[in-house]
Design a protein around this ligand. Structure first.
Ligand code: CP
Length: 305
């Protein structure tokens, strides 16, 4: 992992996942493990798309590790506004930072940036494609709540077409003999390329319109937002925006170990009455992002092995 960019969850092996999860756990249990680890290091966060959790959890992680942060959360405040290319932006920021965390709306932009950058790039989300650090914190959270990653029944709900967190997590979890229930409107079904991967790996999955058909069999319900920003036709968004709203009453009779996860932000796909149940775990999931991202940066910069 040292000096290697993280662009897709495929860039890491199953062994790498466990290494990151174990180090994140050590960091969570003992702050002395990470304090001052990034002393003298500068991390750049370049966000060409809005973010709360990814950017701020990276920045919180860097600051807690004694490093420094530079960057922008609004490309309008950078020289991109003057027409600077992504290549020139990356080549310039790489002169100032040891590591670049980048979110960009165009699929493939992070891979492209990693090919020109002299410092490692972490993909913090590229369009509808990949969000590998979210995936690793999701794996951490699933293992934390279920004590295993193996043989789990995971229900994905909502936007499975454009949901990059879903794409990364389906790929990663397919290493652990899961059963997947894929619940979405017809227009937001999981793209074929991911289904082909599931077929190749002999993963048991089925597609559904109704969450109630599968919720009682689930260990994890992974809810996603229907993303207005991915639709070119606002009418198409209006048709599906409220397709699924999970409420506390729908959790009655579900498995005792069931946890509801969501990469957040939510709009109204999880009713706030779910927040008060034992099954809600999305804010703890957001906290896990800090320790998981600490572990990724420490391994990438060769500060832990
Ligand atoms: N989960 C996630 O990527 O959230 P943000 O868009 O707030 O970073």
């Amino acid at each position: 992992m040292k000096n290697k960019s993280l662009i897709s969850i495929h860039d890491y092996s199953k062994d790498d996942y466990f290494k990151i999860l174990e180090l994140a756990d050590r960091f969570r249990k003992n702050s002395q493990e990470y304090e001052n680890l990034l002393s003298g290091k500068v991390v750049a966060t370049l966000f060409f798309e809005p973010s709360t959790r990814t950017r701020l959890s990276f920045e919180s992680a860097v600051q807690r590790m004694g490093g420094r942060i530079i960057g922008f959360s609004d490309p309008g405040s950078s020289s991109v506004q003057k027409g600077e290319s992504l290549k020139d932006t990356i080549l310039t920021v790489a002169q100032y930072a040891d590591l670049i965390v980048m979110r960009h709306p165009i699929e493939g932009s992070a891979r492209w940036a990693s090919e020109v950058s002299p410092v490692p790039i972490i993909n913090a989300g590229d369009g509808a494609n990949q969000h590998p650090t979210q995936c690793l914190l999701d794996l951490y959270t699933i293992k934390e709540t279920q004590n295993t990653l193996e043989n789990l029944t995971i229900t994905f709900v909502g936007d499975l077409k454009y949901g990059r967190t879903v794409h990364s997590l389906i790929q990663a979890m397919s290493n652990f003999n899961p059963v997947f229930f894929l619940v979405s409107p017809e227009s937001l079904k999981l793209p074929n390329e991911y289904k082909l991967l599931l077929d190749e790996r002999n993963i048991n999955y089925s597609e559904h319109k109704d969450l109630q058909e599968v919720i009682k069999q689930s260990d994890i319900v992974y809810v996603t937002r229907v993303q207005r920003e991915r639709f070119s036709d606002p009418m198409e968004y209006e048709k599906v925006k409220n397709a699924y709203v999970l409420s506390a009453s729908m959790l009655e009779g579900t498995k005792p170990n069931l946890k509801v996860l969501h990469p957040l932000p939510r709009v109204n796909e999880i009713s706030t009455d779910v927040d008060d149940t034992q099954k809600a775990y999305y804010f703890q999931q957001a906290l896990n992002g800090v320790f998981t991202r600490m572990a990724i940066m420490a391994l990438m910069l060769g500060l832990k092995n």
